[in-house]
Ligand binder design. Sequence first.
Ligand code: ZN
Ligand code: ZN
Length: 348
Amino acid sequence: MSTSYTPAIPKEASFARFLGKGKIAFINKSVGSPGPGQLLLQNKANSLCGSDFAYLFNGNDTVSPGHEIAGVVAAAGPDTRIKPGTRGVVFLMDYCGKCRNCQQGATNQCLHKRADYGFTHDGGYGSYIVINENVFFPIPDSMSYAQGTLLLDIMGTGGHAIKRARLVHPSPASMIVLGAGPIGLGILAMAKIMYGKDFPVLISDVVEYRLDLAEKLGGLPINLNKGSLAEGAASQGFKEIDVAIDSSGKESARRAALDVLSQRGVLIFVGHGEKLQLQISPDMIATERALLGSEYFCYNELQGNLDLYLQNRDYLDQIITHTYPIAELEEAYRVFVGRDTGKVIAEY
Ligand SMILES: [Zn+2]
Ligand SMILES: [Zn+2]
Protein backbone atom coordinates (compact mmCIF):
# COMPACT_ATOMS: atom_id res chain seq x y z
CA MET A 1 0.00 0.00 0.00
CA SER A 2 1.40 3.38 -0.83
CA THR A 3 -0.03 6.48 0.76
CA SER A 4 1.51 9.77 -0.16
CA TYR A 5 2.62 11.99 2.67
CA THR A 6 1.77 15.60 1.99
CA PRO A 7 1.98 17.59 5.20
CA ALA A 8 1.10 21.26 5.20
CA ILE A 9 4.44 23.04 5.27
CA PRO A 10 4.27 26.50 6.85
CA LYS A 11 5.97 29.47 5.17
CA GLU A 12 7.62 30.41 8.46
CA ALA A 13 8.57 28.37 11.50
CA SER A 14 10.31 28.71 14.83
CA PHE A 15 14.11 28.52 15.16
CA ALA A 16 16.19 28.69 18.35
CA ARG A 17 18.79 31.41 18.78
CA PHE A 18 21.51 30.95 21.38
CA LEU A 19 21.99 34.42 22.88
CA GLY A 20 24.89 33.63 25.22
CA LYS A 21 25.06 33.30 29.03
CA GLY A 22 22.70 30.32 28.84
CA LYS A 23 19.83 32.31 27.27
CA ILE A 24 17.88 30.84 24.37
CA ALA A 25 15.15 32.62 22.37
CA PHE A 26 13.04 31.52 19.41
CA ILE A 27 12.61 33.53 16.24
CA ASN A 28 10.36 33.00 13.24
CA LYS A 29 12.17 32.40 9.98
CA SER A 30 11.14 31.30 6.52
CA VAL A 31 11.21 27.55 5.85
CA GLY A 32 13.61 26.56 3.07
CA SER A 33 12.67 24.44 0.09
CA PRO A 34 14.72 21.45 -1.01
CA GLY A 35 16.69 21.72 -4.25
CA PRO A 36 17.97 18.80 -6.34
CA GLY A 37 19.31 16.03 -4.12
CA GLN A 38 17.92 17.68 -1.00
CA LEU A 39 15.30 16.94 1.65
CA LEU A 40 13.25 19.25 3.82
CA LEU A 41 13.32 17.69 7.28
CA GLN A 42 10.78 18.51 9.97
CA ASN A 43 12.76 18.16 13.17
CA LYS A 44 11.21 16.01 15.90
CA ALA A 45 13.97 15.53 18.48
CA ASN A 46 17.49 16.72 19.15
CA SER A 47 19.80 15.53 21.87
CA LEU A 48 21.70 18.11 23.94
CA CYS A 49 25.48 17.96 23.71
CA GLY A 50 28.47 19.47 25.48
CA SER A 51 29.75 20.62 22.07
CA ASP A 52 26.94 23.20 22.14
CA PHE A 53 28.30 24.90 25.26
CA ALA A 54 30.41 27.42 23.32
CA TYR A 55 27.22 28.65 21.62
CA LEU A 56 25.21 28.41 24.84
CA PHE A 57 27.60 30.61 26.80
CA ASN A 58 29.02 32.85 24.04
CA GLY A 59 26.00 33.05 21.74
CA ASN A 60 25.60 32.41 18.03
CA ASP A 61 23.58 34.70 15.80
CA THR A 62 23.97 32.83 12.53
CA VAL A 63 22.50 29.33 12.95
CA SER A 64 20.14 27.29 15.09
CA PRO A 65 22.48 24.80 16.79
CA GLY A 66 21.68 21.13 17.43
CA HIS A 67 23.61 18.33 15.72
CA GLU A 68 21.99 15.16 17.10
CA ILE A 69 18.93 15.45 14.93
CA ALA A 70 15.97 13.14 14.31
CA GLY A 71 13.00 14.08 12.16
CA VAL A 72 10.63 13.24 9.36
CA VAL A 73 11.08 14.12 5.69
CA ALA A 74 8.42 16.76 4.92
CA ALA A 75 9.36 17.26 1.24
CA ALA A 76 11.93 15.88 -1.17
CA GLY A 77 13.60 17.80 -4.01
CA PRO A 78 14.23 16.49 -7.54
CA ASP A 79 16.65 13.55 -7.96
CA THR A 80 16.09 12.09 -4.49
CA ARG A 81 15.30 8.51 -3.47
CA ILE A 82 13.94 9.09 0.00
CA LYS A 83 10.19 9.70 0.17
CA PRO A 84 8.36 12.30 2.25
CA GLY A 85 7.11 10.68 5.46
CA THR A 86 10.37 8.76 6.02
CA ARG A 87 11.59 9.06 9.61
CA GLY A 88 15.30 9.19 10.32
CA VAL A 89 18.38 10.83 11.76
CA VAL A 90 21.01 13.19 10.36
CA PHE A 91 24.74 12.43 10.09
CA LEU A 92 26.04 15.88 10.97
CA MET A 93 28.91 16.05 8.47
CA ASP A 94 27.79 16.63 4.91
CA TYR A 95 30.45 14.60 3.16
CA CYS A 96 31.14 14.80 -0.59
CA GLY A 97 31.22 11.05 -1.23
CA LYS A 98 33.91 11.47 -3.89
CA CYS A 99 37.17 12.48 -2.23
CA ARG A 100 39.88 9.98 -1.31
CA ASN A 101 38.74 9.70 2.31
CA CYS A 102 35.04 9.33 1.46
CA GLN A 103 35.92 6.67 -1.12
CA GLN A 104 37.63 4.72 1.64
CA GLY A 105 34.57 5.04 3.87
CA ALA A 106 36.07 7.74 6.10
CA THR A 107 33.16 10.15 5.61
CA ASN A 108 34.05 11.78 8.95
CA GLN A 109 37.29 12.93 7.31
CA CYS A 110 35.84 14.27 4.06
CA LEU A 111 38.25 16.60 2.29
CA HIS A 112 35.45 18.67 0.74
CA LYS A 113 32.90 18.76 3.51
CA ARG A 114 29.92 20.94 2.58
CA ALA A 115 28.34 21.45 6.00
CA ASP A 116 28.34 20.57 9.66
CA TYR A 117 24.64 20.70 10.51
CA GLY A 118 24.10 22.58 13.75
CA PHE A 119 27.41 24.42 13.35
CA THR A 120 27.72 25.87 9.84
CA HIS A 121 24.06 25.39 8.89
CA ASP A 122 20.82 25.27 10.87
CA GLY A 123 20.47 22.14 12.97
CA GLY A 124 18.02 20.37 15.23
CA TYR A 125 16.81 23.41 17.15
CA GLY A 126 15.14 24.83 14.06
CA SER A 127 11.70 23.43 13.20
CA TYR A 128 12.61 22.63 9.58
CA ILE A 129 15.99 22.24 7.89
CA VAL A 130 17.12 21.56 4.36
CA ILE A 131 19.74 18.81 4.20
CA ASN A 132 21.51 16.97 1.44
CA GLU A 133 20.01 13.49 1.09
CA ASN A 134 23.30 11.63 1.62
CA VAL A 135 23.40 12.55 5.34
CA PHE A 136 19.92 11.18 6.09
CA PHE A 137 19.63 7.71 7.64
CA PRO A 138 16.14 6.13 7.96
CA ILE A 139 15.02 4.56 11.24
CA PRO A 140 12.28 1.96 11.76
CA ASP A 141 8.83 2.89 13.11
CA SER A 142 9.57 0.86 16.26
CA MET A 143 12.11 3.49 17.26
CA SER A 144 11.08 6.88 18.65
CA TYR A 145 12.81 10.02 17.46
CA ALA A 146 14.49 10.38 20.84
CA GLN A 147 15.78 6.81 20.58
CA GLY A 148 16.94 7.60 17.04
CA THR A 149 19.32 10.23 18.36
CA LEU A 150 21.15 7.48 20.29
CA LEU A 151 22.55 6.35 16.92
CA LEU A 152 24.57 9.57 16.71
CA ASP A 153 26.92 10.82 19.45
CA ILE A 154 26.16 7.91 21.81
CA MET A 155 26.47 4.79 19.65
CA GLY A 156 28.20 6.39 16.68
CA THR A 157 30.94 8.35 18.42
CA GLY A 158 31.28 5.74 21.20
CA GLY A 159 31.52 2.79 18.83
CA HIS A 160 33.96 4.55 16.51
CA ALA A 161 36.37 5.27 19.37
CA ILE A 162 36.38 1.57 20.28
CA LYS A 163 37.02 0.57 16.66
CA ARG A 164 39.96 3.01 16.58
CA ALA A 165 41.41 1.26 19.65
CA ARG A 166 40.85 -2.14 18.02
CA LEU A 167 43.15 -1.12 15.15
CA VAL A 168 46.05 -1.23 17.58
CA HIS A 169 44.85 -3.68 20.23
CA PRO A 170 42.51 -6.29 18.71
CA SER A 171 41.91 -8.22 21.94
CA PRO A 172 42.12 -5.98 24.99
CA ALA A 173 41.54 -7.42 28.47
CA SER A 174 40.29 -4.17 30.02
CA MET A 175 39.26 -0.62 29.25
CA ILE A 176 39.07 2.66 31.14
CA VAL A 177 36.87 5.58 30.11
CA LEU A 178 37.81 9.03 31.40
CA GLY A 179 34.67 11.06 31.98
CA ALA A 180 31.14 9.72 32.51
CA GLY A 181 29.27 12.43 30.61
CA PRO A 182 27.08 11.33 27.70
CA ILE A 183 30.03 10.55 25.40
CA GLY A 184 31.77 8.54 28.15
CA LEU A 185 28.55 6.65 28.88
CA GLY A 186 28.19 5.93 25.16
CA ILE A 187 31.73 4.52 25.00
CA LEU A 188 31.04 2.37 28.08
CA ALA A 189 27.77 1.04 26.64
CA MET A 190 29.29 0.27 23.25
CA ALA A 191 32.25 -1.49 24.87
CA LYS A 192 29.83 -3.70 26.82
CA ILE A 193 27.83 -4.43 23.67
CA MET A 194 30.86 -5.07 21.44
CA TYR A 195 33.03 -7.04 23.90
CA GLY A 196 30.33 -8.65 26.07
CA LYS A 197 28.95 -7.80 29.48
CA ASP A 198 31.81 -9.45 31.37
CA PHE A 199 34.42 -7.25 29.69
CA PRO A 200 35.68 -4.91 32.44
CA VAL A 201 35.19 -1.21 31.73
CA LEU A 202 36.35 1.21 34.41
CA ILE A 203 34.95 4.72 34.22
CA SER A 204 36.00 7.82 36.13
CA ASP A 205 34.28 11.09 36.97
CA VAL A 206 33.60 13.43 39.87
CA VAL A 207 29.80 13.54 39.49
CA GLU A 208 27.97 10.96 41.65
CA TYR A 209 24.88 10.93 39.41
CA ARG A 210 26.92 10.01 36.36
CA LEU A 211 28.98 7.39 38.21
CA ASP A 212 25.74 5.79 39.45
CA LEU A 213 24.37 5.71 35.91
CA ALA A 214 27.67 4.25 34.66
CA GLU A 215 27.44 1.52 37.29
CA LYS A 216 23.87 0.75 36.21
CA LEU A 217 25.25 0.28 32.70
CA GLY A 218 27.79 -2.25 34.01
CA GLY A 219 30.79 0.05 34.42
CA LEU A 220 33.23 -0.10 37.34
CA PRO A 221 33.06 3.44 38.74
CA ILE A 222 36.04 5.44 39.97
CA ASN A 223 35.15 8.55 41.95
CA LEU A 224 38.05 10.98 41.49
CA ASN A 225 36.92 12.96 44.55
CA LYS A 226 38.07 10.01 46.62
CA GLY A 227 41.52 9.37 45.12
CA SER A 228 43.63 9.19 41.98
CA LEU A 229 42.78 7.24 38.85
CA ALA A 230 45.52 4.70 39.61
CA GLU A 231 44.20 4.22 43.17
CA GLY A 232 40.67 3.83 41.91
CA ALA A 233 41.77 1.30 39.29
CA ALA A 234 43.79 -0.64 41.88
CA SER A 235 40.79 -0.74 44.22
CA GLN A 236 38.81 -2.32 41.37
CA GLY A 237 41.62 -4.88 40.96
CA PHE A 238 43.44 -3.35 37.98
CA LYS A 239 47.07 -2.25 37.97
CA GLU A 240 47.26 -1.85 34.21
CA ILE A 241 44.67 -1.31 31.53
CA ASP A 242 44.89 -2.06 27.79
CA VAL A 243 42.64 0.64 26.37
CA ALA A 244 42.01 4.12 27.74
CA ILE A 245 39.51 6.46 26.09
CA ASP A 246 39.46 10.11 27.13
CA SER A 247 36.15 11.92 26.80
CA SER A 248 37.02 14.53 29.44
CA GLY A 249 39.43 16.67 27.43
CA LYS A 250 41.46 17.25 30.59
CA GLU A 251 45.26 17.08 30.60
CA SER A 252 45.26 15.61 34.12
CA ALA A 253 42.94 12.78 33.01
CA ARG A 254 45.06 12.03 29.93
CA ARG A 255 48.24 11.93 32.01
CA ALA A 256 46.60 9.74 34.64
CA ALA A 257 45.40 7.39 31.89
CA LEU A 258 48.92 7.04 30.49
CA ASP A 259 50.15 6.18 33.96
CA VAL A 260 47.85 3.13 34.14
CA LEU A 261 48.15 2.10 30.49
CA SER A 262 49.75 -1.30 29.90
CA GLN A 263 52.54 -2.07 27.46
CA ARG A 264 51.06 -2.22 23.93
CA GLY A 265 48.14 -0.22 25.27
CA VAL A 266 46.29 2.46 23.36
CA LEU A 267 44.98 5.84 24.47
CA ILE A 268 42.17 7.28 22.36
CA PHE A 269 41.23 10.96 22.44
CA VAL A 270 37.55 11.73 21.88
CA GLY A 271 37.15 14.83 24.04
CA HIS A 272 38.62 18.05 22.69
CA GLY A 273 40.11 20.49 25.18
CA GLU A 274 43.47 20.64 26.85
CA LYS A 275 47.02 19.47 25.99
CA LEU A 276 49.16 16.49 26.94
CA GLN A 277 52.88 16.45 27.55
CA LEU A 278 54.66 13.25 26.55
CA GLN A 279 57.90 11.58 27.58
CA ILE A 280 58.33 9.82 24.26
CA SER A 281 60.70 7.06 25.42
CA PRO A 282 58.77 5.68 28.40
CA ASP A 283 55.32 6.78 27.25
CA MET A 284 55.53 5.41 23.73
CA ILE A 285 58.72 3.74 22.46
CA ALA A 286 59.75 1.38 25.24
CA THR A 287 56.14 0.47 25.90
CA GLU A 288 54.99 0.39 22.25
CA ARG A 289 51.87 2.27 23.14
CA ALA A 290 49.73 4.19 20.70
CA LEU A 291 47.86 7.48 20.94
CA LEU A 292 45.03 7.96 18.47
CA GLY A 293 42.39 10.58 17.82
CA SER A 294 38.78 9.67 17.11
CA GLU A 295 36.35 12.15 15.55
CA TYR A 296 32.58 11.43 15.37
CA PHE A 297 32.08 8.33 13.18
CA CYS A 298 31.58 7.20 9.60
CA TYR A 299 28.18 7.20 7.89
CA ASN A 300 28.62 3.52 7.04
CA GLU A 301 28.63 2.63 10.77
CA LEU A 302 24.98 3.66 11.18
CA GLN A 303 23.45 0.43 9.88
CA GLY A 304 25.51 -1.80 12.17
CA ASN A 305 24.71 0.45 15.12
CA LEU A 306 21.00 0.34 14.30
CA ASP A 307 21.16 -3.47 14.40
CA LEU A 308 22.95 -3.29 17.76
CA TYR A 309 20.36 -0.82 19.06
CA LEU A 310 17.49 -3.15 18.17
CA GLN A 311 19.24 -6.01 20.04
CA ASN A 312 20.02 -3.88 23.11
CA ARG A 313 17.32 -1.25 23.24
CA ASP A 314 16.34 -1.48 26.92
CA TYR A 315 19.98 -1.33 27.94
CA LEU A 316 20.76 1.67 25.73
CA ASP A 317 17.56 3.57 26.55
CA GLN A 318 18.84 3.94 30.13
CA ILE A 319 21.26 6.59 28.82
CA ILE A 320 18.34 8.97 28.09
CA THR A 321 17.42 10.40 31.49
CA HIS A 322 15.59 13.66 30.70
CA THR A 323 13.22 14.83 27.96
CA TYR A 324 11.91 18.39 27.51
CA PRO A 325 9.59 20.03 24.99
CA ILE A 326 11.59 22.23 22.60
CA ALA A 327 9.99 25.38 24.09
CA GLU A 328 11.83 24.54 27.34
CA LEU A 329 15.24 24.20 25.68
CA GLU A 330 16.81 26.84 27.92
CA GLU A 331 15.69 24.96 31.05
CA ALA A 332 16.88 21.68 29.48
CA TYR A 333 20.38 23.14 29.03
CA ARG A 334 20.34 24.57 32.55
CA VAL A 335 19.73 21.09 33.94
CA PHE A 336 22.24 19.48 31.53
CA VAL A 337 24.96 21.98 32.50
CA GLY A 338 24.34 20.97 36.14
CA ARG A 339 25.63 17.49 35.14
CA ASP A 340 23.07 15.43 37.08
CA THR A 341 21.87 13.88 33.83
CA GLY A 342 22.63 11.31 31.20
CA LYS A 343 21.47 12.26 27.72
CA VAL A 344 18.91 15.07 27.65
CA ILE A 345 16.54 15.28 24.69
CA ALA A 346 14.52 18.21 23.37
CA GLU A 347 11.39 17.07 21.53
CA TYR A 348 8.94 18.80 19.19
ZN1 ZN B 1 27.06 16.03 20.10
ZN1 ZN C 1 34.64 13.60 0.78
